[in-house]
Ligand binder design. Structure first.
Ligand SMILES: C[S@@+](CC[C@H](N)C(=O)[O-])C[C@H]1O[C@@H](n2cnc3c(N)ncnc32)[C@H](O)[C@@H]1O
Length: 401
């Protein structure tokens, strides 16, 4: 959804969109927006330096001890919002959990130093740099590079060194190759920013990654989506990777590299089977959505939920399991199958928390379903239609229907 909204924003700028990580950002800032609507003097807290080096309304602002050091190229209003937001200090697993090393064909990457468990938070970081998309797209290249270098100079060591070690020849190129889309105040057109997290940008890409990332306000979190043995590379996906191999590879070639991940390296036969599973997932999800929108969910079959989970697991799509387990739990609950509804609702709670954070929209509902299925809105709604499975039949009897 956000990717589409973003696409609309970028196409109105009539420029080639920068190559960025795809990101779904829960818009927690949106609710705060009204606080900043009135015209005012956006005076930053005294520890902040700036405005400096202004071009039109865009200036450089910086604070060496915000997070691990932060530089902003943005408007005074957006700098004010950022400076008054919660800025996390680095958190994560102890540094010995992973190390940097050369990975054949990929440059530097991060390798697990010990077993990392599913659900463990690997890093939590604030951006070292936030650049509003308008100056990034509109400034003259020489002016922009000079401004970006001034911004890098405002960063303290070791953050400056880490920033400069990111892949890319110029600072502009580093921004193009390593930034994440972020929004500062929920007003999409005005507030699209490119966020740089130099440590996070050491993760290489894999179409079936073992790490998922999420961004909420200024906090970038990376979390393990399966158990990772010592010696395995830690990877994220730079794109929405639930697509056939040729589509993924076209997207990644726009980044300027040919993907050499395990999923892209499958034989033609295995890759064909994987693409077929992706098409099966798409068709089944479409069917489930269409049935869900009909009165009485006419046409739903209990096994649809289990089949969907089976396909996701076979395809190793461990980063997209939250909505899948949620659908499966609801379908089994609708048919009054308590055991499977509870099992999938419990899985949904854990997966939603990994993928979207503790404020994920469906967590409360799934926790309730796992705890007390018979009190959930979805419970046995299909039983009275006479299409229930065995468990649903038992419930029908218990009710004396
Ligand atoms: C965000 S950086 C990742 C860290 C980078 N390897 C480094 O040395 O700093 C992205 C770059 O890493 C390389 N890369 C990442 N994932 C890759 C993959 N699956 N296959 C080949 N190259 C990859 C590409 O050169 C890409 O432009």
């Amino acid at each position: 959804m956000y990717a589409l909204a973003l696409f609309a924003v970028l196409s109105t700028l009539k420029q080639k969109p920068p190559l960025l990580f795809e990101v779904e950002t829960p818009e927690l800032w949106t609710s705060e927006r009204d606080r900043y609507e009135r015209p005012r003097d956006y005076k930053l807290p005294p520890e902040w330096k700036g405005p400096e080096h202004c071009f039109a309304e865009f200036c450089l602002f910086s604070k060496p001890d915000a997070g691990e050091g932060m530089a902003l190229i943005t408007t005074a209003r957006n700098a004010y919002i950022t400076a008054n937001s919660f800025i996390p200090r680095s958190v994560g697993v102890e540094p010995t959990a992973f190390y940097e090393a050369e990975v054949p064909g990929k440059g530097t990457g991060l390798i697990a130093n010990r077993t990392i468990r599913k659900g463990e938070i690997i890093m939590q970081r604030a951006p070292a740099m936030l650049i509003q998309s308008t100056p990034h797209l509109d400034l003259e290249p020489e002016v922009r590079e000079k401004l970006y270098r001034d911004a890098v100079d405002r960063l303290p060591e070791p953050t400056r060194g880490r920033f400069l070690r990111q892949t890319g020849d110029t600072v502009y190129d580093k921004v193009e190759k390593n930034s994440f889309r972020m929004f500062v105040d929920g007003d999409r057109k005005q507030s699209l920013h490119l966020g740089l997290f130099p440590e996070v940008s050491k993760f290489n890409h894999d179409c079936r990654p073992n790490i998922f990332y999420r961004i909420a306000n200024l906090t970038h979190t990376t979390v393990a989506v399966r158990d990772i043995p010592a010696g395995e590379e830690l990877t994220v996906s730079y794109i929405y990777s639930q697509t056939p191999r040729s589509e993924r590879q076209t997207q990644l070639s726009e980044w300027g590299f040919n993907c050499s991940c395990s999923q892209c390296a499958l034989s033609a036969l295995e890759s064909g089977a994987s693409d077929a599973r992706i098409r099966q997932i798409d068709a089944l999800e479409e069917e489930i959505e269409s049935i869900m929108s009909k009165p009485g969910a006419e046409g739903m079959r209990p096994e649809m939920g289990g089949k969907l989970v089976e396909l996701y697991v076979a395809e190793r799509l461990d980063s997209y399991l939250g909505p899948t387990y949620t659908r499966a739990a609801l379908i089994y609950s609708m048919f009054g199958n308590e055991e499977r509804a509870r099992e999938y609702a419990n899985e949904a709670v854990a997966a939603l928390e990994r993928e979207t954070g503790p404020h994920a929209r469906d967590i409360e509902s799934m926790a309730w379903l796992a705890e007390n299925p018979k009190a959930h809105w979805s419970w046995a709604v299909k039983v009275t239609s006479g299409r229930g499975d065995t468990a649903a039949g038992n419930k029908t009897q218990a009710r004396g229907n």
